[in-house]
Design a protein around this ligand. Structure first.
Ligand code: TYD
Ligand code: MG
Length: 468
């Protein structure tokens, strides 16, 4: 690589990516000692990479009023669970970051997207620093892909890959993963914040200059968030996270940032032996197509996943504790929230859990983060503690305040509709949502019943007396 006269030296923290013009013994951002590494910034990447295009003319300011707000061109992929989180499809020239834990299915999903893009008539270049061409072919075979316009480049060297991008001019470039790529002009090893950042700078420039869409895959580990894709979020246009529990099939694609659309959308998938399948009826999957039963400890909640209601089953178990400090374990549910709910129940309803271990679990690997699930989680613990099931076909919704009052929730009608569609007809709702529930029951008068409650004590009492 030719060395440019203007090559600058700067110091970058290996832990958090903070920059400084001088060497420092301690990083001013994260406080790590001896983490500042020297590295040379490459000559202006804009000058290096032109992708065979004319340099763009100098920019001049334009009046906001005069800017043509015509619709952004988008490539629709005919994969609704991907198109929606992307805001309606891929915007040419955009940079999309795919984050997620190793092994969650990022390479699988992005390869499926490559297939979908090439079916729209655009060429794709999939650059992998992790897998050989053979391995990628094996995966493509498993996914049933046979696309002609999908080029594979197995190389972690981004500098040489840039030349291939310039000569191939693909519609979409995929980088799998950013942690394995390197620019040969930098002293830092692949995966270091300096390499990750500089590689991303190059890729962003390629996207903006050529109109090629770029997808960057980045592994996020629970501990190493900082040195991973999180520090790239501000540089890219769209950030998507693929989440789930590897021991289950359920996967959620969440939009964390989107310069071209809403971040309220999510995509739902199921991982099987032929890749990630889009989910048409997530409620049926999460309820595992079982008949609606009511055993003590089981409560159904209608959860908003993005803009879509999904039914989830919360299970609780309480057993006499053999420990001095009883155990509390939450899977798929927030541990701290569970502790708060137990405290409210003890204080406001007189139920005691202090000599019991309490376990709470959301079925099928789903994760509930909404506070609207408070009442359902609380009732699952109360129900098992009393050994009384809720009436069959019941859905419980509402947030529980520290005083024990039941706070209102949003999207009530949508949640009720989804539950009704799945065969549930009895609803336990916050009294403050009476209006919404009346609108719903007006349309389904014969077979729906609603219990409106304003305090957790009412829910516990009605379960005690057997008419929840
Ligand atoms: P992968 O896409 O390699 O994960 P990531 O790129 O996020 O690290 O997916 C890894 C897991 O997915 C692997 O354990 C096997 C599983 N898998 C399937 O279950 N079905 C499939 O069709 C494929 C390709 C992978
Ligand atoms: Mg991978």
């Amino acid at each position: 690589m030719e060395k440019n006269k203007r090559t600058k030296i700067k110091y970058v923290c290996d832990d958090c990516g903070a920059e400084s013009p001088k060497w420092l013994g301690r990083c001013p951002m994260c406080g790590a000692w001896n983490s500042m590494k020297e590295f040379r910034t490459l000559p202006d990447p804009a000058a290096r990479f032109t992708g065979g295009m004319e340099p763009s003319p100098p920019s001049v300011p334009v009046l906001l009023h005069d800017i043509d707000a015509g619709k952004e061109p988008r490539w629709k992929l005919s994969m609704p669970e991907v198109d929606r989180p992307l805001g309606g499809g891929i915007v040419p020239g955009s940079v999309i970051l795919w984050g997620g834990e190793p092994g969650i299915g990022k390479s699988t999903l992005v390869l499926q997207i490559c297939g979908a893009v090439s079916r729209t008539g655009r060429s794709v270049l999939y650059i992998s620093g992790e897998e050989s061409e053979f391995q990628i072919k094996m995966r493509a075979n498993r996914l049933g892909m046979d696309e002609e316009k999908c080029f594979i480049l197995s190389s972690p060297d981004l500098s040489s890959a840039e030349e291939q991008i310039a000569s191939l001019r693909p519609g979409l470039v995929v980088i799998d993963s950013i942690q394995t790529m390197y620019l040969s002009g930098l002293d830092s090893p692949p995966g270091s914040p300096a390499q990750i950042r500089e590689c991303t700078h190059h890729l962003v420039r390629i996207a903006k200059q050529t109109g090629t869409a770029v997808m960057i895959i980045g592994h996020v580990t629970k501990e190493g968030n900082l040195a991973g894709p999180r520090m790239l979020e501000h540089m890219v246009d769209v950030v998507l996270y693929l989440e789930g529990d590897r021991s289950y099939q359920f996967r959620i694609l969440r939009t964390v940032k989107n310069r071209f659309g809403s971040t309220a959308e999510t995509g739902l998938f199921m991982m099987d032996e032929k890749g990630l399948k889009e989910m048409e009826n997530p409620s049926a999957f999460l309820l595992r197509d079982r008949e609606i039963r009511s055993s003590p400890g089981n409560v159904i909640f209608s959860c908003m996943e993005g803009q879509r209601p999904v039914l989830a089953e919360i299970q609780a178990l309480t057993v006499h504790s053999a420990f001095a400090v009883p155990r509390r374990i939450a899977v798929g549910y927030d541990y701290n929230r569970m502790i708060i709910l137990l405290a409210v129940l003890e204080k406001k309803t007189g139920l005691s859990f202090s000599d019991h271990d309490v376990y709470i679990n959301v079925v099928s690997g789903f994760r509930i983060t909404e506070t609207a699930a408070d009442l359902a989680a609380a009732m699952s613990m109360v129900s098992i503690q009393m050994n009384r099931g809720l009436p069959s076909g019941t859905v419980v919704m509402g947030e529980v305040g520290l005083t024990g009052e039941i706070l209102p929730l949003n999207h009530v009608e949508r949640r009720m509709k989804e539950a009704y569609k799945m065969g549930f007809s009895h609803f336990v709702l916050p009294a403050s949502n009476e209006e919404d529930s009346r609108r719903f029951t007006a349309a389904h008068p014969e077979d729906t019943t609603v219990s409106l409650i304003s305090h957790i004590g009412e829910a516990v009492d009605s379960l005690r007396s057997g008419n929840s």
